[in-house]
Design a protein around this ligand. Structure first.
Ligand code: BV8
Ligand code: ZN
Length: 241
């Protein structure tokens, strides 16, 4: 059941900003990072999601990303992604910021998506930064290289790496200027993304969390709903329209 206060606040909202994490893609079949069957259980992040690990063992990192790319190719957006597409046209101003690299928001039809951590569908040359999107399954060969000879890496943000400047600036601005903030399917432990709900709250926004488990946001959220985003988001859209 969606709390009446959430609907009343949303009905008068002018600028709505949404931060999503791996949880919104879970119902599509994309493994999250920190859940019981999370990616970090099978693999250790320090061995995979950082640049030194990549330069030490590029094949291992490439295999990990190709494993995730394969999963993403075979799945589709879920009702949570589609509910956010409907919200985009319902609210006067709507900002969608994602930590996810799976591109599912765009595949669902969301138009302006801010990708804080890059996108697994793109590769980038470590030497000349050229971007490419061909699908490079290794099947036993060496790690793919760019025409300039540099190694190709997934175009995602690893630990210890700066987020794309324009993405993080847009995200800060959208969190500062909104009057309604949704945090959906994120454990809120990875910075600077996890600071966005705090910034929204400090700037007077009504903060709503939708997550299966409590997170550091729960303590200051105006409303925190324990539930699946694929179920809760369509209920919110239904109550609004
Ligand atoms: C940086 C790679 C400058 C891409 C990832 C303070 C300020 C700045 C930096 C730091 C800081 N403190 C520490 C740092 C360093 C670090 C950091 O935050 N470490 C943490 C772990 C302490 N941050 C960085 O390095 C960032 N860079 O700031 O550069 C700098 C550099 C050095 C030193 C200082 C500053 C870079 C961060 C990006 C890292 N890249 N991945 C990839 O391969 O995907 S992080 C990884 O975690 C993913 O990208 C993911 O996006 C991110 C967050 O995870 P979540 O999306 O929240 O997923 P998770 O599984 O954790 O949670 C899912 C939730 O959903 C759960 O709570 C679950 O209950 C819920 N759920 C599940 N199913 C559902 C559901 N909810 C609803 N419905 C469901 N059906
Ligand atoms: Zn190159």
């Amino acid at each position: 059941m969606i709390p009446l206060e959430l609907i009343e606040q949303a009905k008068t909202a002018q600028v709505v900003t949404v931060l999503t994490g791996a949880g919104i893609s879970a119902e599509s079949g994309v493994p999250t990072f920190r859940g019981e069957n999370g990616l970090w259980k099978k693999f250790r992040p320090q061995e995979l999601a950082n640049f030194d690990a990549f330069m030490r063992n590029p094949e291992l990192v490439w295999e990990w990303y190709n494993y995730r790319r394969k999963i993403i190719e075979e799945i589709s957006p879920n009702s949570g992604h589609f509910a956010l597409v409907e919200m985009e046209s319902y609210f006067p101003q709507f900002n969608l910021i994602t930590q996810n690299v799976d591109g599912l928001h765009q595949r669902a039809g969301s138009r302006n998506v801010v990708e804080l951590h890059g996108n697994i569908g793109r590769n980038r040359c470590v030497k000349c930064n050229r971007i490419s999107t061909e699908n490079l399954s290794l099947n036993g060969q060496k790690v793919p290289t760019c025409e300039c000879g540099g190694l190709l890496r997934p175009d995602v943000v690893w630990f210890g790496e700066l987020l794309p400047e324009d993405a993080i600036q847009k995200a800060f601005q959208a969190s500062k200027s909104c009057d309604f903030f949704f945090s959906i399917g994120t454990s809120a432990v990875v910075y600077p993304a996890a600071s966005l709900p705090e910034i929204a709250k400090q700037n007077g926004a009504f903060v709503v969390e939708i997550n299966l488990e409590p997170t550091p946001i729960t303590s200051f959220a105006d409303i925190s709903i324990r539930g699946k985003s694929g179920i809760v988001l369509p209920q919110i859209v239904k109550a609004l329209t």
